[in-house]
Write a protein of this length. Structure first.
Length: 303
C-alpha cells in the first residue's frame, strides 16, 4: 500500500481535474487497474455521484426504473445486493420502485467515504433496513447461495482482466439471479471499444460467462445509457436451484464464517478475526481484518 503515502499529491491531482487512476497506473507502469487504484480514485470522488443523481434526476429515475422492472419481472426477491454500491444512488432508487420490498437489502463498495455518503443518502430518502458496508467483488462477506438477486451497475467495469474472478465470486453468493449492468464490448462501436481498452475496462464478460457455463437468460443493450461510447449491456444469469440455501447474513470475507456484532465490532468466532465499524460503516474488506484470538474473553471481562 505504498500509494497511501501519496494521498496528498493525489488529492492535488484530483482538485486539478486530473485522472487519478491513470496517475496510479503510471506509478506501477501497468495497463491494468489494481483494486487499490480503484479504491483510492473512487474515495476522492465520494459525494459526486449523489450530486450527479440530483442534477440529473430524470436520468436516475429512468435508469433505476428499468432495473426495477427487470427485478419485478423475475418475481422479486427476499434478499438483494448491489455489489459496488457506490453512494447507493442506484440501489436506493431501485428499492423504491420494486413491487415487493426485500427482507434483506445490502450494498457494498471498496470506498469507505462513498459508503458513508450512501448511508446518508438512503436515510434522506426515508428508506430503512438497508445495510451498507465496505467490501469488494472478489471477497464478498456472504455465504454461498444466500442472496436471491445480486446485481452490479458498472462495478465490474474497471476490473479488466479479472472478469472470471469477479463472476465466480458473485455467482457463489447468488441464490437465484445474477444481473449484470456493465459496459458491453459486443454492443460498442470501434471508438467505444478502444475507449474501454484504454481505461482498462472489463471487455470479456460475455465470453467468460459462456466459458464458465452459466445459464444466460437474457443479454441485450440496456434501455438507458448515459454515454454512447460506454454502452450498458443487461445480462441476466440464472442459477439452478441450489441444494442448500443459506441465510443472507454477514460472514467473514476471508473464511466465509459467520460474523456476530459484539460491542461495536463484527467478530468471527470460527476465524478469530474482528472487523471494525467506523462512524457507522462496517469495514469488511479482507485487509480490514484484525487478528483477535482473545476477543471474546476480553469482551466478557476475563483477564
Amino acid at each position: 500500500m505504498d500509494k497511501l503515502k501519496s494521498l496528498f499529491k493525489i488529492q492535488q491531482i484530483y482538485k486539478e481535474g486530473g485522472n487519478i487512476i491513470q496517475f496510479l497506473k503510471s506509478m506501477d507502469n501497468t495497463p491494468t487497474n489494481r483494486i487499490e487504484d480503484i479504491m483510492i480514485s473512487y474515495d476522492f470522488q465520494a459525494g459526486s455521484y449523489i450530486q450527479h443523481a440530483m442534477e440529473h434526476s430524470a436520468y436516475t429515475q429512468s435508469y433505476t426504473k428499468h432495473i426495477a422492472q427487470v427485478i419485478n419481472n423475475l418475481g422479486g426477491a427476499q434478499s438483494i445486493l448491489e455489489a459496488g454500491v457506490g453512494e447507493a444512488t442506484t440501489l436506493a432508487n431501485v428499492l423504491r420502485q420494486l413491487h415487493q420490498f426485500p427482507n434483506y437489502m445490502y450494498g457494498f463498495d471498496l470506498s469507505w467515504s462513498r459508503v458513508k455518503y450512501g448511508i446518508d443518502y438512503v436515510a434522506q430518502l426515508g428508506l430503512s433496513g438497508v445495510q451498507l458496508m465496505t467490501s469488494d467483488l472478489f471477497s464478498c462477506p456472504f455465504p454461498d447461495n444466500s442472496i436471491d438477486i445480486v446485481y452490479t451497475s458498472h462495478s465490474i467495469e474497471p476490473n479488466g482482466g479479472k472478469e472470471e474472478e469477479a463472476l465466480v465470486e458473485l455467482f457463489r453468493i447468488t441464490n437465484k439471479y445474477l444481473i449484470l449492468l456493465e459496459p458491453a464490448y459486443e454492443f460498442a462501436d470501434e471508438a467505444g471499444r478502444n475507449r474501454m481498452k484504454k481505461h482498462g475496462y472489463a471487455t470479456h464478460l460475455y465470453e467468460t460467462v459462456l466459458k464458465l457455463g452459466y445459464e444466460i437468460v437474457e443479454y441485450r443493450p440496456f434501455e438507458v445509457v448515459s454515454n454512447p461510447l460506454n454502452p450498458t449491456g443487461l445480462m441476466i444469469i440464472k442459477k439452478s436451484v441450489p441444494e442448500q440455501k443459506n441465510e443472507p447474513t454477514l460472514h467473514c470475507p476471508i473464511t466465509k464464517t459467520p460474523l456476530t456484532l459484539i460491542n461495536g465490532s463484527y467478530y468471527s468466532q470460527d476465524a478469530l478475526l474482528a472487523y471494525p465499524i467506523i462512524a457507522g460503516v462496517p469495514c469488511l474488506l479482507p485487509q480490514n481484518a484484525i487478528i483477535a484470538t482473545h476477543f471474546l474473553a476480553k469482551m466478557n471481562g476475563n483477564k
